[in-house]
Design a binder for this molecule. Sequence first.
Ligand code: NAP
Ligand code: MG
Length: 504
Amino acid sequence: MLEKLPDNYVPLLPEVEAFLAQPVMPYIGGAYVAPYSEQTFGTYDPSSGRQLAQVGRAQKEDVNIAVKTAREAFDAGDWWLRMSPADRSKCIWRLAELIEQHAEVLAQLDSLDNGKPLKTTQTDDIPLSAKHLYYYAGWPTKIEGSTIPVSQHTMFNYTLREPVGVVGLIAPWNYPLLMATWKFAPALAAGNCIILKPAEQTPLSALYVAKLTEEAGFPPGVFNVLPGYGEEAGAALVEHRGVDKIGFTGSVEVARKIVQGSVGNLKRVSLELGGKSPNIVFADADLEQAIVGSTWAIFGNNGQSCTAGSRLYIERKVFDQVIAGMQEEVSRIKVGPGMARQQPDLGPVVSDEQLDRVMGYVHEALDQGAQAVTGGSRLFGELQDGYFLEPTLFTGVTDDLRVSREEIFGPVVCAMPFDDVNEIIDRANDTDFGLAAGLWTTDVRKAHNLARALKAGTIWINTWGNTEAASPFGGYKQSGYGREMGKEALDLYTDVKSVWIKTD
Ligand code: NAP
Ligand code: MG
């Protein structure tokens, strides 16, 4: 159950205390139900290490029940056969409104579970989740087929776009509710029934939202949440032959298992994976903007963003100036508990496992001669109970080191100089990933040329990190396939049927 939290925390809302007071159970068929095994697992506050709640540990049997329930809702229930697209819109819109009404509760839950500052969940994670639903609430009435001008003149041909069916959605912990919403909003708009598996570190907000779907008018069985471990609940969902599609966000390593696990019924799979995104600062950039932008490109969300600008390339003649500017910018960053009354800019990393992983990269880089211009250590003192790290800016590194090639998913950036445009295009593209890339320049030709030359699903020019429900997002190369957001996400959750009618 909820352990006593440190005294310097914002007081918990009564709704949050009540929600965490007893084990939080999987949500199947419109109700919280104990898992078949009756086992639970703990979820913790990474700022203090204290337990927040016990959570029902869904496993294979629960996946079987959830799939059966979702299938019944899809095939025979009110959801698809009787509910009109306009009514589906209303449900999604109402869910967005309910998320706004419960925003403070959800902001506390995500801050507690993930560790990120409450001010961030209040201004970003939760409002953006609601916005996402508002955007997709507009779609059910606009998902259209087409009439095709076939050359067989006695034939009439048209297409229907239909939901895929029962979809399994597997989410990461870095933006707990937002990453889940990126998936379930378009899946629901397209008329599917969903089974969401949140990350084991951050299951709380999705489980809270599950209850709101009732008030929003979703028929039971349309929206199901199975908290649990990836190897158990996640793998069972992936392998289940009654699941028609898996939407996954997470690591490349787990993505490979998902592709392998999906072969039984050749279910559709879409993958949003990691990155090692190059951020390129040209000497002709507005350097003040580039310095602030590049600092937050990596340290925003503590580097725990798939799009973190973790490879920083700076044109040699301004290298020292940009590094000095970033050093100053970093010196103003306050790190502390996400729920502290005195709000920090950054919280801890999500778990001790993640802390060890990140520190492993830091120590290796230091051993190989990297210089930590800022950071390089764990934070102790009054932060010793949490998983706090100093934002770390490395110079003296090269492209071939592990620290410059692998996704660290923590507050660590490798800064390297470059001399000319062609060189930097090659170096930026020399990676297995292709999620995002960015550049800072005032030369419009350079901006457009690099936008084409860089191999990544998103290019940011004189900015970093912008996403919006209306704009497609996803990876090139091993950063995944399929595009979330925008009208493209609807392609992930629909199948196209071609209908032929002989007219003579
Ligand atoms: P992860 O370890 O790959 O886990 C992601 C999800 O997969 C979790 O819910 C996890 O459950 C589950 N999982 C683990 N093993 C599984 C298996 N064998 N079968 C089915 N599901 C399984 O990733 P993470 O550490 O949570 O998240 C960080 C990664 O996500 C980074 O690589 C980051 O770049 C990527 N990411 C990408 C995007 C994007 O949009 N491209 C956005 C955010 C994050 P457990 O929690 O129980 O392990
Ligand atoms: Mg947690």
